[in-house]
Design a protein around this ligand. Structure first.
Ligand SMILES: Nc1ncnc2c1ncn2[C@@H]1O[C@H](COP(=O)(O)OP(=O)(O)OP(=O)(O)O)[C@@H](O)[C@H]1O
Ligand SMILES: [Mg+2]
Length: 225
């Protein structure tokens, strides 16, 4: 079997799909403080326990270039459309170097945020043009979309409480985590509209509940994969 090398470009997928079953692409979404990172590690273990080979990654980030762009995106004030452009530049590298090769090998990819976050934050939160986001989405990953998206849903007030607690414990908040409640209301609303438009891809999880209850939902979802 021809083995693709990570980062060797879009043809890697064509070479391998004739021989290996394509992996499952799972994304975690939700406003800041919803619990994505908290549950990601548990989800990786649960998927591996079911015999899957799992690549856990995040956006923006996941590559050297992506992590450098993440630092800029999370720390530096910039124009909202610049934010969208940089998010998709990071995503393009992530797709070519990490996500596509992993899916082509048959691995399960678990990604903390993906393009739904750009629609929700830059589109819903900041009002960036839908045409621009749709064009970039098409250029960067036409034909490669999540199979399953877990949307951790909390109201902005719950997000704020959790983020304030983290700050009180000494964790510095990033640029997005410092946004006002009405920004998070718009982001949440955009996420919920996307979930309603694509119910077969999304699972909306009520993430206000205690961790154990959220985890029970996740266990149920994983067992049904
Ligand atoms: N269901 C829950 N009940 C109580 N606290 C929770 C729950 N889920 C997460 N938390 C806490 O909320 C805080 C934020 O969680 P986490 O970092 O997982 O959120 P996130 O969605 O990854 O946020 P970000 O988008 O900012 O990375 C953490 O301190 C975590 O322990
Ligand atoms: Mg997180």
């Amino acid at each position: 079997m021809a083995t693709p090398v990570a980062g060797k470009g879009p043809f890697a997928r064509t070479i391998v799909t004739a021989n290996a079953q394509r992996g499952c692409f799972i994304t975690l979404e939700g406003i800041d403080g919803a619990g994505k990172s908290t549950h990601a590690a548990w989800l990786v273990d649960a998927l591996r326990a079911r015999g899957r080979s799992v690549v856990a990654t995040r956006e923006p980030g996941g590559t050297t270039i992506g992590e450098a762009l993440r630092e800029l995106l999370l720390r530096q004030p910039m124009a909202h459309d610049s934010e969208a452009l940089l998010m998709f530049a990071a995503r393009r590298e992530h797709l070519l170097q990490v996500i596509e090769p992993a899916l082509a090998r048959g691995d399960t990819v678990l990604c903390d945020r993906f393009t739904d976050a750009t629609w929700a934050y830059q589109g819903g939160g900041h009002g960036v043009s839908k045409t621009l986001i749709a064009d970039l989405e098409r250029h960067v990953h036409a034909g490669c979309n999540p199979d399953l998206t877990l949307l951790f849903d909390v109201p902005a007030a719950v997000s704020r409480q959790r983020l304030d607690r983290m700050r009180a414990e000494g964790r510095a908040l990033d640029k997005f985590e410092q946004e006002a409640a009405n920004f998070f209301d718009r982001v949440r609303d955009a996420y919920l509209k996307r979930a309603a438009a694509e119910p077969s891809r999304f699972r909306v999880i009520d993430a206000r509940r205690p961790l154990a209850e959220v985890r029970a939902d996740l266990a149920h979802i994983v067992s049904g994969l």
